[in-house]
Design a protein around this ligand. Structure first.
Ligand SMILES: C[S@@+](CC[C@H](N)C(=O)[O-])C[C@H]1O[C@@H](n2cnc3c(N)ncnc32)[C@H](O)[C@@H]1O
Length: 262
């Protein structure tokens, strides 16, 4: 069997910090080093840490097509994985790069590109890096239009309808997983949304896109989250609204893990 991580099963009891359960309760964000929660819509560094620990080895290449503030690339540098981040917003990419450089690791490289991940020419990019494929893809797309990241019409958060969002995301999945090595993994971090008095199960719609494309579903992980910036200091109002009505306040998101076998 091809090895896809560095876990030494002779010492399996020592890996106490690596999750094996499907429920991830992460109470505190890792804000060490270059990590910082400044970017609205970032994920906690513990997510890439856990996924890279389970699904990659030192020296592997990791692609994050929704780089944002560069959380994945910072964590990859720390873990001696090579990484590539694509971000549609130039200013956001520039700020991320300056933070990623603070965690510079001579044993691996981190490449940042500005562009639309659905259209980017990965053949040319990988050729310039001297690689043929990547060993892991981690995706943290906009949860449709919950946060508007930019005015760029190619930004997935600007898609007009749910179908538009899923079509654009589907195109982006094809383009970014084309060069994912066979028998390696891809993870998607995504949450649901509420609109017109009903839950839109965005997470499961995204999961279905991967299933339709022939990926094997290896995990559905549920991760807690605290108050989002939009709901901070408004817990009372939201609890009142929920009690007075028929909905629950979202406190979880999903991490889906897929294996590419074709
Ligand atoms: C949920 S955030 C990712 C945050 C990131 N995980 C972090 O920790 O900072 C999604 C990011 O995807 C970017 N984005 C949206 N559509 C994109 C596209 N088509 N190509 C590349 N980036 C895109 C947005 O600008 C935003 O920064």
């Amino acid at each position: 069997m091809v090895r896809y991580n560095d876990i030494d099963m002779n010492n399996w009891k020592e890996y106490i910090d690596i999750e094996t359960d499907s429920l991830w309760i992460i109470d505190k964000r890792d804000n060490s080093g270059a990590h910082s929660g400044y970017y609205h819509g970032n994920f906690v560094p513990q997510i890439p840490f856990q996924l890279l620990s389970r699904y990659t080895k030192k020296g592997d290449w990791v692609l994050d097509p929704f780089m944002g503030s560069g959380t994945t690339l910072i964590e990859a540098q720390r873990m001696r994985r090579n990484s590539i981040g694509i971000e549609i917003q130039k200013d956001v990419a520039k700020e991320a790069l300056s933070r990623i450089r603070k965690e510079n690791n001579p044993d691996c490289s981190a490449k940042v590109c500005v562009g639309d991940s659905a259209k980017l020419n990965f053949d040319a990019l990988y050729e310039s890096l001297g690689i043929k494929n990547v060993q892991f893809v981690i995706m943290h797309p906009p949860y449709w239009d919950i946060i508007k990241f930019s005015d760029n019409p190619k930004d997935l958060s600007n898609t007009a309808t749910l179908d538009d969002f899923l079509n654009s995301f589907g195109e982006l999945i094809d383009n970014t997983t084309k060069h994912l090595e066979k028998n390696r993994y891809c993870a998607v971090v995504v949450g649901d949304k509420y609109a017109n008095s009903q839950v839109i199960p965005l997470g499961f719609y995204c999961m279905n896109l991967f299933l339709e494309k022939g990926f094997l579903l290896k995990a559905i992980l549920v991760k807690n989250f605290g108050d989002t910036k939009g709901k901070a200091n408004k817990q009372g109002i939201w609890r009142y609204r929920a009690l007075a009505s028929d909905f629950y306040i979202f406190k979880h998101e999903y991490i889906f893990v897929f294996k590419k076998t074709k």
